[in-house]
Each structure stands twice: as C-alpha cells, then as structure tokens.
Write a protein that binds this ligand. Structure first.
Ligand SMILES: Cc1cc2nc3c(=O)[nH]c(=O)nc-3n(C[C@H](O)[C@H](O)[C@H](O)COP(=O)(O)OP(=O)(O)OC[C@H]3O[C@@H](n4cnc5c(N)ncnc54)[C@H](O)[C@@H]3O)c2cc1C
Length: 364
C-alpha cells in the first residue's frame, strides 16, 4: 500500500497550503466560511451543480489534514456540511437539493440538528416530538435538547413521531424545519467551559410545509441513520488533524516543563503512538469511502479512539502544568469532556463496533 500523495494530490496539497498561508484568520464565522467557499474548499466532494467541486475524497482528506495542521478554524456550518447536506443528497428530491445545498456551503444559511430529547439521547427511537401530517403541512409539537448552534440556525433537521401509536423505529418522520417559523423557540444551555454552544428548542404548533419532508412519512429512521453514519464517518479525518496538532502542542509543553521526567516522556510517547494508529485506521475508512461512497462503521472506532485520547492527553497536559491553567489546556480539558458524549457516547460506539465490525451478538 502506498500512502504517499500521487502527483495530483501533492499539487493539491501545495495549493491548500499556499492558500492557508495567505488567508488564515484567527476565528471561524460567516466571513471565513464564505472565503472557504469562494476558494472551493467547502464541499470539495459535493457535485458542482450544488456548489461543490466534484473532487475525490482524497482531496477532502488532504484539505482537512492541512487545515487542521495550520490551526485553521472550521467552516461554521459543521452540521450542514457533515450531516444535513449528505442526508439531503441521499434522500432529498432535486428541488430540495437545488434549494438548500449551495447555501450551506456559502454559509448563507446555517443548520442545526434536532435529534436528542430529554428522554431520548442514545436511544433515538424513543423520540416523542410529534410531527403530525395535516393536509398540506405537518404540525410539530415537542422539545429537543443539546442542539449545537441552534441559536444561529436558519434550518433544523428534525426527527419526530408521525404515528402516535407507533413504537420505536417505526412511525418516525424526518423533516426540515425553518427555525424562524412562528412557534420555534431557542433557549441556550451553558456548558462546563462557560460557553453556550448548544440549546433547547421548543416547538409549539409549528407548521412545516409538506415539501420539507425528507424520505417517506414513517420512514424517518432510515434517513436518520444516513445522518448518523456521516456524523461519525466524516468526522474521522477532521478530528485526527486536530489531534495531531494537540499532540505537537503536548510535546512542546513536555520539552518546556518536563523534559527530564521519564514517566511523562513515556506517556507522551504513548500518545504519539496512539495517534499514528488512528491515522492508519482513518486511511482504512477512507478506502471504504472511496470504494462505496458511504462511510463505514470504522468511523465509530475513530470517533471513540479520538475522543478518549483527547481527554487523556489534555489531562496529561494539566498534570504537566501542575494543575495551573495556562489559558489553553484548562479550556481544552473541559471541552474534551463532551467529546465522549456528542455524536454517540463511548458505550454506544463500543456496542456498534462489537455488533457491526466484530459481528458479536446484539447487546439487547
Ligand atoms: C457538546 C455536545 C453537542 C451535542 N450536539 C447535539 C446536536 O447538535 N443535536 C442533537 O440532537 N444532540 C446533540 N448532542 C446530544 C448527544 O447526541 C447526546 O447527549 C447523546 O446521544 C447521549 O444522550 P443522553 O445525553 O440523553 O444520554 P443517555 O442516552 O441518557 O445516556 C446516559 C448514559 O447511559 C449510557 N447508555 C445509554 N444507552 C446505553 C446502552 N444501550 N448500552 C450501554 N450504555 C448506554 C450512555 O453511554 C451514557 O453514559 C450533543 C451533546 C454534546 C455533549
């Protein structure tokens, strides 16, 4: 196996690096996202008719690696690019694709995800939000929770129950909700870091036009599974890039504060080794993606490995600092707590790996 760039990939990598050197800002936002779009780095693999570049997945992987190692901020429309867009491409009709996709890439319209509820987190099939089919619209009533960037969002991908008699996976429906519609209320929740990155969303008699249905009425579970596969599958490369930068920062801190400590040196070396293993696993996931166009279950392994390693290494950095918060690692350690919960908890990901990668019997 040759993991080196082909001449075309090497040229693309050089192009990304040169662009980043000229354009890098400190923070994400609509302006940065628009700049990425204008330069063609948002939606690299998306079809050109929907604002993308129609580039191979290997270019997407290269761009993610280069953005992360340059410390470049993400495109602000993370849920649109990683989840809502690929779901609309897989299950949407032509009108929906034309209407929504390119405005996701240019960040003219921001998206959030309304899946979790107070009594339905890991078990999405327990959702109770009602999506009631009426003549020319759906009537939505209920509550979602932990919705990242909902306070900035124009649209929400929403899963709810269209058949009140149904149980679990049956009778769910998936719609696109206009976050500015009457009856939608967003209430921010403060995290351990002090930021309010996610929110509660309340829906009271919200009218959603029929044309905002994705997939079939009652077929929402299949559509939601596409969203979750993409959430975990495409995260891998982006997350590994940021982890690479974190490991380099940890090595720099060790050189400065604990260069002679043999135990710390061992632990830092172990983190570097774990990172190399994760990179190789991601290349395997990329091979599946190139062959099938659909992220494989390896994505769950990458997300699990990344989130647990990020917690461990930020904790190690705090130990090296003797608990003193230097303004960087303290925040990183607090934010990393959510990493093993968001996009599937570690326990759920272990179940998925056991069942779908290792072929062990179902846990329940
Ligand atoms: C930073 C952050 C951002 C988020 N953003 C969004 C978002 O944008 N949109 C959205 O819809 N949601 C979002 N979430 C919510 C996230 O998806 C849920 O928190 C997650 O699915 C877990 O659900 P829960 O919190 O209800 O915990 P629960 O499902 O109640 O789980 C509680 C505990 O029980 C364990 N557990 C549950 N079931 C099993 C099982 N079958 N086997 C073994 N252990 C089990 C879990 O691992 C966990 O430790 C976000 C969460 C975080 C932390």
């Amino acid at each position: 196996m040759n993991l080196r760039d082909s001449p075309g990939e090497a040229a693309f990598r050089a192009q990304v690096r040169a662009w980043l050197a000229d354009n890098l800002p400190a923070e994400t936002g609509p302006e940065w996202s628009r700049k990425m779009f204008d330069a063609g780095f948002a939606g690299l693999t998306w079809p050109e008719e929907y604002g993308g570049r129609g580039a191979p997945y290997s270019h997407q992987a290269i761009a993610l690696e280069e953005f992360a190692s340059a410390g470049a901020p993400n495109h602000m429309n993370v849920i649109a690019l990683g989840m809502a867009g690929p779901t609309i491409m897989a299950h949407g009709n032509e009108e929906q694709k034309q209407r929504y996709l390119s405005k996701m890439l240019s960040a003219e319209e921001i998206w959030c995800q309304g899946f979790s509820e107070p009594d339905a987190g890991s078990d999405l099939s327990a959702v109770r939000t009602r999506i009631e089919p009426r003549d020319d619209h759906f009537l939505v009533n209920g509550q979602k929770v932990w919705s990242s960037i909902a306070h900035h969002a124009d649209f929400c991908i929403l899963v709810g129950r269209s058949d009140p008699e149904s149980q679990r996976h049956a009778g769910l429906t998936y719609v696109i909700v206009d976050m500015h519609a009457p009856g939608v209320e967003v209430s921010p929740l403060r995290q351990i870091t002090g930021e309010a990155e996610f929110n509660e969303i309340f829906f009271t008699d919200v009218e959603v036009p029929r044309e905002n249905l994705l997939g079939e009425i009652g077929g929402g579970w299949q559509v939601a599974m596409t969203t979750l596969l993409h959430e975990r599958g495409t995260l891998g490369f982006a997350l590994t890039g940021t982890l690479d930068a974190q490991v380099n920062k940890l090595i720099a801190l060790t050189k400065e504060r604990a260069a002679d400590d043999p135990i710390i040196r061992d632990r830092v070396a172990q983190e570097w080794i774990e990172l190399q293993a994760l990179k190789l696993t991601n290349y395997r996931s990329l091979t599946t993606l190139i062959k099938t166009g659909i992220p494989g279950p390896e994505g769950s392994g990458s997300k699990l490995h990344w989130s647990e390693q990020n917690q461990r290494l930020t904790k190690l950095a705090m130990e090296i600092l003797g608990g003193e918060d230097d303004g960087y690692w303290g925040y990183q350690q607090q934010r990393s707590r959510g990493n093993t919960i968001e996009a599937g908890t570690s326990e759920i990901l272990r179940n998925i790996i056991a069942e779908r990668v290792l072929g062990l019997p179902r846990s329940r």
